[in-house]
Write a protein of this length. Structure first.
Lengths: 510, 150, 340
């Protein structure tokens, strides 16, 4: 471990070169922009920047891309908090509490909490990465299909906490999300299913346009009802301008005390989730958020609790750092973005794989140390832009409506360069709006949409390997522990409900 | 007329029940359920079966419940029509122009905004689309009918 | 109205940033084609994957070597409908057909002919640039979680595994989607095994499959040389079978072919990477592009920056040869899968 820190110092020496610092700063700024823009995720950002970096030496290039990838995770939270449009999928859970908190008149603190949580989460993730990169990656490998199935089942329980007052409606909507996600190419058998003869549906409902629509566009349709009230306030002079200063956005000591425990918990958990093959930052933020539901928060989660923002953002950023472990130690990309970075490594003439740490130590360690620098840079930039971001909130609603509509359309197009994405966005927007009108919560649908395909894939792979036997889920200590966690999570609420029912039988009778 | 008693809250569970039936039917005819190992339709069919049951339960709850039907107003429809208009416009004048045109029409005729505000917003959006999406990200937006003139 | 239209036109011209060099033909009097506009190159796989790298590398070399008259090539990753939408678009494109290219690999052709009515004859095939083959690997030493590994089977000996499969021990093979599945099918048929005896688990990418193999979840993993080479070097993977009619070179030379393992014929399903264009592309443009691609295949950069790092076999075929080759490949594939 000491050895690792010595190597890290060497890495820092490489990074502290004006050119590398410049690349790092540029990457951080670009990443924030890409992350905040709905429809453009880190994948698009890294992929499109890749050709530019061929002219650099590999170390400078990876520093820039690493910083871009990293700061993206900060940017996704901005549009989630301010506009209720998650910039990318890990930010879905951030929007759940971030947007209500901004509406409560504390947008600055919401952004600051997201930044702080991202920073601490990232730092912890990178620290763990520094100490145990290769060991961690090997641990991740031990998670086979059966273990991943159980981890995803645990993540799925987070949905039950979002369901709201009417459980039947929540279940209906969750299942609908799963079915919608099953449209398209079935990876395991390689055949299209439920495409109803359409070649567009063969690739499924594209995810990013789907969230932009179901959250963003649906939000705009609702927003119009607040237009008159907003106008009234502005005319009568009772309108309170939102505080624009950085100082006004500072977290109070009390806020900080509230976010610290969830941040620490989410960061450690998130790093490990990030290391698992194919899970990535989205699962990280969801697991973090789900866990926070188990702990106390001052305000109920989902109504603007600062703890919720913190848990989600810390989980997301630490998972992003954790995902570097399998990438560097074994040459295994944990996500789409990781795969692009891997492609970049090959283009620069490096051979990613288990030997990378041995053959190119300066490269690996400067990448890791650049993550520290990128983290600090991004925090600085992210804090400095808060006043400008908050200005968005002082734009009258009547102007916001057409602007957000346009952003939704442009963003949806850019995800797959096609009008199909725009149509998916439009119709899921209308569906999201109708669901909301009729008292159906939409968040469970989105989470189910992300997690269910991963769950199905792992479960079916487990069945293929075991030839249909259920024994594969119980044949090791690790699996039994995971199974126990899952059962506890599922059963506690029902047992609690049962206890409550026996106490107030007459009240709960329908 | 039944219209006075019609409650759109009942429509959604009814629709999801139909969706569930379709997924079960299509899944069974196309793939079957279990052939030594789970088929492509194994997981969706299970989910659809549960969805069917919960949808019916939900439908019963809604029909028995006394919740007032939700109110839809004209403004909400306007936003949807606006969005739909932009999309139709994409095939005619291209996506970028369609967006800018929609911004103008909306601000001028729906919101009756001042010229200055319209100009600022138009310039801002044009800069955003062209700067970030077109120049930097190299997204090629559809040109609509203009593509034929190129 | 006219004014408005003119204004709109002017605006679009500025907005689109695709300065077009006026009207008029791009085909000179002597029948040769020279590009005068931006070229769009559709890649139906996501950014960063094998097809994307292939596409961007060629377009980079074309620009660097000045093969496209100084015009820009824009790579467009159109992944809708698992790529079928993009392929269908190119096949039926009538507008500017001379300026649209498509990356077209065997891994694209197989799902296309299986799942849609689109056929290779709906395109102009411009060239084939390179060919790839697969091997089976195992990670012999790891504590396996599979039935075969638990039964104490020898993972480094594919022949023994085949015998075990015939005697009822379940063998699990993993690999990527598309062309790897076709190779698995061919292998299964040659060995006379059923899918129950030797199952195949499909992964989104070869990288994912190798991950699963390293974790002991697979008995064997199918991969092309490029993706597995590093793991062989580090000793994490052992090549156990060359899916080829001859041995590979370098650190893969030890892997026997199927005919050396038992009384079987060698199994080889070549994986090719090519370039296609709309059916409506003019003959002059086809001639131009096939020649430009040949020049790319002869460059130093192509050899050292693409073929070598990816351990591919250079095999340039011009439009006529490539068309014949792809048609034959498609016919074989259709026949083997009972399609028409």
């Amino acid at each position: 471990m000491l050895e690792n820190f010595a190597s890290l110092l060497m890495g820092f020496q490489v990074v502290f070169d004006p050119q590398n610092i410049g690349a790092c700063a540029l990457g951080a700024i670009l990443g924030l922009i890409v992350g905040a823009m709905p429809g453009l995720g880190s994948l698009a950002g890294v992929a499109l920047l890749l050709p530019l970096t061929y002219k650099f030496n590999p170390t400078t290039a990876i520093i820039m891309l690493g910083a871009l990838y990293y700061s993206n995770m900060y940017g996704g939270a901005f549009s989630a908090i301010l506009l209720n449009i998650p910039g990318d999928s890990p930010a879905i859970t951030t929007a759940l509490d971030g947007y209500p908190m901004a509406k409560k008149g504390r947008p600055g603190q919401a952004l600051m909490a997201a930044n702080t949580a991202s920073f601490i989460g990232g730092t912890i993730g990178i620290l763990i990465l520094t100490c145990t990169a290769s060991g961690l990656a090997k641990l991740g490998l031990n998670f086979g299909y059966a273990e991943m199935t159980l981890v995803l089942l645990i993540a799925m329980t987070s949905i039950s906490w979002l369901i709201g007052e009417n459980p039947t409606k929540g279940v209906v909507i969750t299942l609908l999300g799963i079915l919608v996600a099953s449209i398209g190419m079935d990876t395991l058998s390689g055949v299209p299913r439920y495409n109803f003869g359409s070649i567009y549906l063969m690739g499924g409902i594209t995810f990013t346009p789907f969230i932009i629509g179901a959250v963003g566009f649906a939000q705009v349709i609702k927003l119009i009802n607040e237009r008159e009230a907003d106008e009234e306030k502005r005319k009568s002079g009772t309108y309170e301008a939102v505080k624009l200063s950085i100082r006004g956005s500072m977290l109070t000591l009390h806020d900080f005390k509230r976010i610290l425990p969830p941040v620490l918990r989410s960061s450690i958990l998130g790093t490990f989730v990030g290391v698992l093959p194919g899970s990535g930052a989205t699962t990280g933020s969801m697991v973090g958020y789900a866990m926070q539901k188990k702990f106390k928060s001052e305000e109920p989660m989902g109504t603007g609790a600062i703890e919720g923002i913190a848990a989600s953002e810390a989980g997301n950023n630490s998972a992003a750092a954790g995902a570097f472990a399998p990438l560097l130690a074994l040459g295994i990309p944990g996500s789409g973005t990781g795969a692009v970075l891997l492609g970049g490594l090959m283009m620069w003439g490096l051979n990613p794989g288990p030997l990378l740490f041995e053959t190119n130590p300066d490269f690996c360690w400067s990448l890791i140390s650049s993550l520290y620098i990128a983290n600090v840079f991004t925090l600085a930039v992210a804090v400095l832009v808060i006043p400008f971001l908050i200005k968005i909130l002082s734009v009258p609603i009547k102007y916001m409506i057409p602007i957000i509509t346009c952003v939704c359309i442009v963003g949806a197009y850019s995800t797959s360069y096609s009008m199909y994405g725009v149509l998916v966005m439009f119709f899921s927007g209308i569906v999201g709006y109708l669901l909301d009108k009729n008292g159906f919560p939409t968040a469970p649908m989105l989470l189910a949409f992300v997690l269910a395909p991963m769950l199905e894939e792992n479960m079916r792979k487990a069945f293929i390997a075991s030839q249909g036997s259920l024994g594969i889920f119980t044949d090791s200590a690790l699996k039994l522990v995971l199974l126990a966690i899952f059962l506890v999570l599922v059963l506690t609420p029902s047992v609690k409900a049962l206890l409550r029912k026996t106490k107030h039988t007459e009240k709960t009778a329908v | 007329m039944e219209k006075a008693r019609f409650n759109s809250r009942a429509v959604i569970p009814a629709v999801t029940a139909v969706v569930a039936l379709v997924f079960i039917g299509v899944g069974l005819t196309d793939f079957g359920f279990w052939e030594g190992q789970p088929t492509a339709a194994f997981f969706p069919i299970i989910i659809a079966a549960v969805l069917l049951a919960t949808s019916l339960l939900c439908l019963v709850q809604v029909l028995r419940g006394k919740e007032a039907p939700p109110v839809y107003n004209r403004n909400e429809l306007m936003v949807i029509l606006g969005g739909g208009g932009v999309i139709v416009g994409c095939w005619v004048v291209g996506l970028i122009l369609s967006c800018l045109l929609y911004l103008f029409l909306w601000l001028k005729f729906v919101e009756h905004a001042a010229w200055k505000a319209i100009l600022v917003i138009e310039v801002f959006m044009a800069a955003l689309i062209l700067g970030v999406f077109v120049l930097w990200m190299q997204v090629q937006f559809p040109m609509g009918l203009f593509a034929y003139l190129m | 109205m006219k004014k408005l239209l003119a204004l709109a036109l002017a605006l679009t011209a500025v907005l689109s940033l695709t300065a077009c060099g006026g009207s008029g033909s791009d085909i000179a009097e002597d029948g040769t084609f020279t590009p005068t506009k931006t070229v769009t190159w559709v890649c139906t796989s996501g950014a960063g994957g094998g097809s994307d790298i292939f596409t961007r590398k060629i377009s980079d070399i074309m620009s660097a070597e000045g093969l496209v008259n100084g015009q820009t090539i824009v790579v467009s990753n159109e992944t809708d409908g698992a790529g079928e939408v993009g392929r269908n678009k190119i096949a039926t494109l009538k507008m500017n057909p001379d300026y649209n290219l498509l990356t077209f690999n065997s891994g694209d052709l197989m799902p296309m002919v299986t799942n849609t009515q689109n056929r290779s004859s709906n395109f102009r095939i411009l060239a084939i640039m390179a060919v790839d083959k697969q091997l089976l690997f195992s990670c012999g030493s790891t504590a396996g979680k599979t039935d075969y590994a638990k039964a104490g089977g020898d993972l480094t000996d594919f022949g023994a595994a085949v015998e075990a499969a015939k005697n009822g021990t379940h063998i699990v093979v993993g690999g990527s989607k598309g062309d790897d599945i076709a190779t698995y099918d061919a292998l299964l048929e040659e060995l006379g095994l059923t899918e129950e005896q030797m199952s195949y688990i499909t992964y989104d990418s070869t990288g994912d499959a190798i991950t699963a193999a390293l974790g002991g979840n697979l008995d064997f993993v199918m991969s092309k040389p490029a993706a597995a080479s590093q793991y062989v070097e580090s000793g994490d993977l052992t090549p156990v079978l060359a899916l080829s009619t001859e041995h590979f070179g370098g650190n893969l030379a030890d892997a026997p072919t199927l005919s050396e393992i038992g009384d079987y014929a060698d199994v080889e399903v070549p994986v090719w990477r090519g370039v296609a264009a709309p059916a409506a592309m003019s003959d002059a443009a086809v001639a131009f592009w096939t020649e430009a691609l040949q020049k790319v295949s002869e460059t130093e950069a192509w050899e050292t920056e693409y073929l070598e790092p990816n351990q591919l076999i250079s095999q340039y075929m011009n439009s006529a040869d490539a068309t014949a080759y792809v048609s034959a490949f498609e016919a074989d594939y259709l026949a083997a899968n009972g399609l028409s």
